[in-house]
Design a protein around this ligand. Structure first.
Ligand code: HEC
Ligand code: HEC
Length: 344
């Protein structure tokens, strides 16, 4: 609970985007936090001294320093709180399907994907989509439907405020900050990727070496057809892209190294069939479409170049152009997996 209050405070201090505050937390979680803190301080002090020498109010300088130390201490404590609360949400709502370390799970004929180590922004985007009918709301997407149901337990009931009153679109800003989603996404993104999973699609291939070689050509194709443009070089373990590139009109893209082979194959099929991608035509999707778009594309203005960067739509196009058939999908996945899961 404390973390949530602080999350709100940080948001008030830093405006809607919690990117800055997030960076602070990251800084404070690492071993060099003390070093970073001292460095900050040593940078601030000379500036203050100059101010002092030109006659600035001394007590003001002291107040500033006290506030600075207090704020830094708060951020440090907050980092720990965020981790604990993220862990709690994960343990109570996610681990049963995704495994206690996000390593994925097989329960009978049902398979649940590994998610540990995906980027925070990507997890956040997907949870928002699941919640507001942008993913998992298609009746032909059996697995997506499970997540669609699950994610609605987080914070507010969809479309209702804490007092169960129906929300108007104009009301949703507060509820749209989705602290639970942010906390759990931050937690999952820091879990360790599991690279020891088996190669499960091998029996669908005639010749593994040949498939991997074909997949390599598909993945690294030059020009607009290459997956490499968005998901990153194999030498960088397909690390994705954390910023959109407005000049080349490239969206942010998820890293592929945390993913299981069967899961990637399923997703490519879903993109191709159109069961993962555009928002479903439900009331919820219609009502919250603009909010979801502004959350995910971060530029709600229709004339902004980023408006063309709907990742799911672009990925759907890729799955229908760069990949001709099922064999292309198997090959490209075999290639990615042969690098990300070498111990298979
Ligand atoms: C009832 C089982 C179940 C529970 C509980 C569950 N999930 Fe999932 N989750 C799934 C399934 C199944 C998929 C795969 C959906 C698909 O194939 O399209 C999935 C997919 C995801 C994805 C998308 C991964 C990707 O690479 O695109 C994320 C992120 C995710 N889950 C996070 C969570 C979080 C966070 C929680 C807890 C709040 C959670 N899940 C709880 C079953 C579950
Ligand atoms: C223009 C950029 C772009 C290109 C090129 C591209 N992708 Fe993607 N890909 C994305 C984005 C963005 C997403 C996430 C979509 C979303 O938000 O649902 C994605 C999602 C995926 C996923 C699902 C990831 C997950 O965690 O569920 C797979 C698998 C994938 N891409 C494989 C490929 C392959 C294989 C190719 C080449 C044939 C390719 N991509 C080309 C941008 C791209």
């Amino acid at each position: 609970m404390k973390g949530k209050i602080r999350f709100k405070m940080s948001k008030m201090l830093h405006g809607k985007d919690c990117e800055i505050i997030h960076n602070l937390f990251v800084l404070h979680k690492n071993w060099y936090s003390t070093l970073g803190y001292l460095l900050n301080f040593s940078l601030v002090m000379p500036v203050l001294r100059i101010k002092q020498s030109i006659g600035a109010n001394k007590s003001l300088v002291i107040k500033f320093c006290i506030l600075f130390v207090f704020y830094e201490a708060l951020a440090w404590a907050d980092g720990n709180d965020i981790k604990r609360e993220g862990a709690q949400i994960f343990a109570s709502s996610c681990a049963i399907c995704h495994g206690s370390s996000g390593e994925g799970k097989v329960i009978g004929s049902r398979r649940f994907p590994a998610i540990a180590g995906l980027q925070r922004w990507y997890i956040q985007d997907q949870l928002i989509k699941f919640k507001y009918d942008g993913r998992g709301a298609n009746p032909n997407d059996q697995e997506g439907l499970m997540m669609h149901a699950m994610v609605r337990f987080l914070k507010t009931k969809i479309g209702r405020n804490k007092n169960s009153q129906l929300l108007e679109e104009s009301d949703v800003d507060e509820d749209f900050s989705e602290p639970d989603i942010w906390l759990v996404a931050e937690y999952i993104s820091n879990l360790k990727e599991d690279s020891t999973h088996k190669f499960t699609i091998a029996d669908k291939l005639d010749n593994i070496e040949e498939s991997v070689a074909r997949g390599e050509r598909i993945y690294n194709a030059a020009g607009v057809q290459g997956c490499v443009r968005c998901h990153g070089a194999p030498s960088e373990k397909f690390k994705g892209r954390n910023r959109e590139d407005l000049n080349q009109l490239l969206p942010r893209a998820p890293k592929l190294s945390p993913l299981d082979d069967w899961y990637m194959l399923n997703q490519l099929e879903k993109f191709r069939r159109g069961t993962r991608g555009a928002a479903a035509g439900t009331m919820t999707a219609k009502r919250f479409l603009n909010k979801v778009r502004s959350k995910i594309l971060r530029h709600p203005n229709e004339n902004h170049p980023a408006d063309k960067l709907d990742g799911a739509a672009l990925m759907q196009a890729m799955s229908q152009t760069a990949l001709k058939d099922e064999k292309d999908m198997l090959d490209v996945v075999s290639y990615i997996y042969s690098i990300t899961h070498p111990e298979k």
